[in-house]
Design a protein around this ligand. Structure first.
Ligand code: AMP
Ligand code: TRP
Length: 327
């Protein structure tokens, strides 16, 4: 089984990334041949600083190893090191429709918040499809916000296969049963995000314990004082329940029963401690791994070599089936 997922390097990684993505990555690498791609080419689709981009790919590599990815088992690499990705994206853009890309909710949401809407932001999902399809991927572990993009990748695979002959596997998404969409602690109607969310409402994986405690303490709660999972009526508390369930592995009903009518105070402080217990060791491992830049670069170089070799035959088939004269 082939597994593929991508993560943007820019923007500090937060508990939402952990919950929706990283947490699934670790067990899934045992199920087959996994590729985890640091999608730096996606990072230039909204405003970015070259200096930040330069640091962030190594930051993310260290983070992926800190959460438990094993470079001997999985292939971890940087997207721009494998030129097949933008090449395949260009070929696929010929079968992606302007209308369908315009209906992507992430494009509409992000577009609304940008002064300058780049063409890259619009074609972003085509590059994501090329990431996935080049590897003949079976399963894509992602958070709920990427569902529509995965659907587009599946459509493009099917369209290409029917127009030019069977070339791509049609991939399936894998979404976490809980914690697939973690919300901002200050604005529980919005997903947790470093780029669009509030700093105070976003728990970073590298936040020190005191910062985590402060952020959770000031999290918005709802009227009433019972700790119950009702996302419509109680978005704040439901989000905290989900966070605690992800952090401790305890099912939500069990947590509801424990905190039922105990009020929000104790509950919030336990949520904070659960997060500290989970994230503190990750932060310490991260700092240690991040310090050894030459080792990180060496692992990424090995990853890129493996990725190039794996992607090349698919790209070659695409060119041939589409009628290009090959050199
Ligand atoms: P990004 O950092 O935007 O590239 O996202 C990397 C992964 O984290 C993707 O699989 C997303 O679906 C997931 N993700 C991002 N934000 C959240 C969130 N608030 N809740 C759950 N998963 C998320
Ligand atoms: N669009 C994804 C996100 O923002 C990142 C991504 C790029 C991705 N290419 C991918 C995820 C391929 C899964 C597979 O989260």
């Amino acid at each position: 089984m082939r597994i593929f997922s991508g993560i943007q390097p820019t923007g500090a990684k937060h508990f939402g990334n952990y919950s929706g993505a990283f947490r699934q990555f670790v067990p899934i690498q045992e199920e087959g041949e996994a590729f985890f791609c640091i999608v730096d080419l996606h990072s230039i689709t909204t405003a970015f600083e070259p200096e930040e981009l330069r640091e962030s790919s190594l930051d993310l590599a260290a983070m992926l190893f800190a959460v438990g990815l094993d470079p001997d088992r999985s292939t971890i690499f940087v997207q721009s090191h494998v030129t097949a990705h933008p090449e395949a994206a260009w070929l696929l853009s010929s079968i992606a429709s302007y209308g369908q890309l315009g209906r992507m909710t992430q494009f509409k949401d992000k577009g609304e918040r940008q002064e300058f809407i780049s063409a890259g932001l619009f074609t972003y999902p085509v590059l994501m499809a090329s990431d996935i399809l080049l590897y003949q991927t079976d399963v894509v572990p992602i958070g709920d916000d990427q569902k529509q993009h995965l659907e587009l990748a599946r459509d493009l695979a099917e369209r290409f296969n029917s127009r030019y002959g069977e070339t791509f596997k049609v991939p399936e998404g894998r979404f976490p049963p809980t914690g697939g969409r973690i919300m901002d602690l200050q604005e529980p109607e919005r997903k947790m995000s470093t780029t669009d969310g509030q700093p105070q409402g976003t728990v970073l994986i590298t936040d020190p314990p005191e910062t985590i405690r402060k952020k959770v303490k000031s999290a918005v709660t709802d009227s009433g004082s019972d700790v119950r999972y009702e996302p419509e009526q109680k978005p704040g508390i439901s989000n905290l329940l989900e966070i605690m369930s992800v952090a401790t592995g305890e099912p939500i009903p069990q947590l509801e029963a424990r905190y039922d009518s105990g009020g929000y105070g104790q509950f919030k402080s336990d949520v904070a401690e659960a997060l500290v217990t989970l994230l503190d060791p990750i932060r310490m491992r991260y700092e240690e791994l991040r310090a050894d830049e030459s080792e990180l670069r060496a692992v990424l170089a090995r990853g890129a070599a493996k990725a190039r070799e794996t992607a090349a035959p698919t790209l070659e088939q695409m060119y041939e089936r589409m009628g290009f004269v090959r050199p």
